[in-house]
Design a protein around this ligand. Structure first.
Ligand SMILES: NC(=O)C1=CN([C@@H]2O[C@H](COP(=O)(O)OP(=O)(O)OC[C@H]3O[C@@H](n4cnc5c(N)ncnc54)[C@H](O)[C@@H]3O)[C@@H](O)[C@H]2O)C=CC1
Ligand SMILES: O=C(O)[C@@H]1CCC=N1
Length: 269
C-alpha cells in the first residue's frame, strides 16, 4: 500500500512531475488513484488528466505539487479549497519552504517537502525529504513510501540544510550531463568523431557510476585503481587535482544553485 489508498492528485506533469509519474506507473501503483491536473489538459496514457481539480468535492489523500514554484500562486486559488484535514501535501517545489506552503494551504494533514531528481523516471532517483513542523510519524511514513518507489530516500530535518543540500541531488543530473558532454568534446579534440566520442563518454560515465555504486571502496580509491603509477591516468588526474580545480569548480556550482534556492525561498515567503 502506497500512501494509504486514497486519490493522489499530481499537479503539473512536466519534466519532474512526468518523471515521477512514469516511475509510479512502472512501480505498479494503481493508476486509477492518480489524477493529473495540468492547465493544458494534454492526455497521458493510463491516467485521468484534468485541467482543474475534480468538481465532485472529494479531497485528495495526497496532493503532489509539481508545477514551477513561480506558478504556485496561480494554482493556489483552485487547489487550496479542495484540501482537507486528511490531505497529505507533498511538494517538490524548489525553494518554497514548508511555512510558505502552510500559509497557502491552511487545510492539511501534513506537509512534506521532497526534492527528487529526474532519474526517478527509471526508479533510480534520489529523494530528499523534509517534514513540516507538526507532521506525524504516519504521515511521514506515507510520504516516504510514496517516493521510495522512485529511488532512494534521505530525511533532512533542518529545512535550511534541506534547501542547500537539495541542489546536490536535485540539480546534480544536469551537472553530470554537462560532464558527459565535456568528456565527449575533449574526446573530439583528440580526433574522435562527435558520435563516437558521445557514445564512449556516456558509456564510460554509466559504467563507472554503476561500478562505484556497487563497490566497497570510495571513488577516490577506485580512481587510484585506474591510475597506474607514472601512467596516462595520473597525468590527467594531476590536471583535475591541480589547485583542487574540480573541487573548487563544484563548490562554486553548488554555492550558486544554493544561493538561487534561498532567493526563491525568500520570494515565496
Ligand atoms: N526538473 C527537475 O529536475 C526538478 C524539478 N523540481 C521541481 O519540480 C517542479 C516542476 O519543475 P519541472 O517539471 O522542471 O517544470 P516543467 O515546466 O517541466 O513542468 C511544470 C508543469 O506544470 C504545469 N503547470 C503550470 N502551471 C500550472 C498550474 N497552475 N497548475 C498545474 N500545473 C501547472 C506546466 O504545464 C508544466 O507541465 C518545480 O517546482 C521544480 O522546482 C524538483 C527537482 C528536480
Ligand atoms: O532547476 C530547478 O530549480 C529545479 C530544482 C532542482 C532541479 N531543477
Amino acid at each position: 500500500m502506497i500512501a494509504g489508498d486514497g486519490p493522489i492528485w499530481l499537479v503539473g506533469a512536466g519534466n519532474m512531475g512526468g518523471a515521477m509519474l512514469r516511475g509510479w506507473l512502472a512501480s505498479g501503483i494503481d493508476p486509477a488513484r492518480i489524477n493529473v491536473i495540468r492547465p493544458s489538459g494534454t492526455p497521458i496514457e493510463g491516467v485521468t488528466v484534468l485541467k482543474a481539480p475534480p468538481p465532485d468535492g472529494e479531497a485528495p489523500a495526497v496532493l503532489v505539487l509539481a508545477m514551477k514554484p513561480q506558478k504556485l500562486d496561480e494554482a493556489v486559488p483552485a487547489l487550496a479549497p479542495t484540501t482537507g484535514e486528511g490531505t497529505l501535501i507533498v511538494s517538490v517545489l524548489a525553494g518554497t519552504e514548508a511555512p510558505s506552503l502552510a500559509k497557502r494551504f491552511p487545510n492539511h494533514r501534513a506537509i512534506v517537502r521532497v526534492m527528487p531528481n529526474t532519474p526517478s523516471a527509471i526508479g533510480k532517483g534520489v529523494m530528499l525529504l523534509h517534514a513540516a513542523a507538526g507532521a506525524d510519524a504516519s504521515a511521514k511514513a506515507e510520504a516516504e513510501a510514496l517516493v521510495r518507489t522512485l529511488g532512494i530516500t534521505e530525511w533532512i530535518d533542518d529545512e535550511g540544510l534541506f534547501g542547500r543540500a537539495s541542489v546536490l541531488s536535485g540539480c546534480g543530473p544536469a551537472f553530470l550531463f554537462r560532464f558527459v558532454d565535456a568528456l565527449a568534446k575533449a574526446g573530439e579534440a583528440q580526433g574522435l568523431s562527435a558520435d563516437q566520442a558521445a557514445r564512449l563518454a556516456l558509456a564510460t560515465v554509466a559504467g563507472a557510476a554503476e561500478l562505484a555504486a556497487g563497490a566497497n571502496e570510495t571513488p577516490a580509491r577506485l580512481a587510484d585503481r585506474v591510475a597506474s603509477p607514472g601512467g596516462t591516468t595520473r597525468a590527467g588526474l594531476d590536471v583535475i587535482d591541480r589547485d583542487a580545480a574540480l573541487d573548487r569548480l563544484m563548490a562554486d556550482v553548488l554555492a550558486a544553485s544554493a544561493r538561487r534556492s534561498e532567493e526563491m525561498a525568500a520570494a515565496a515567503r
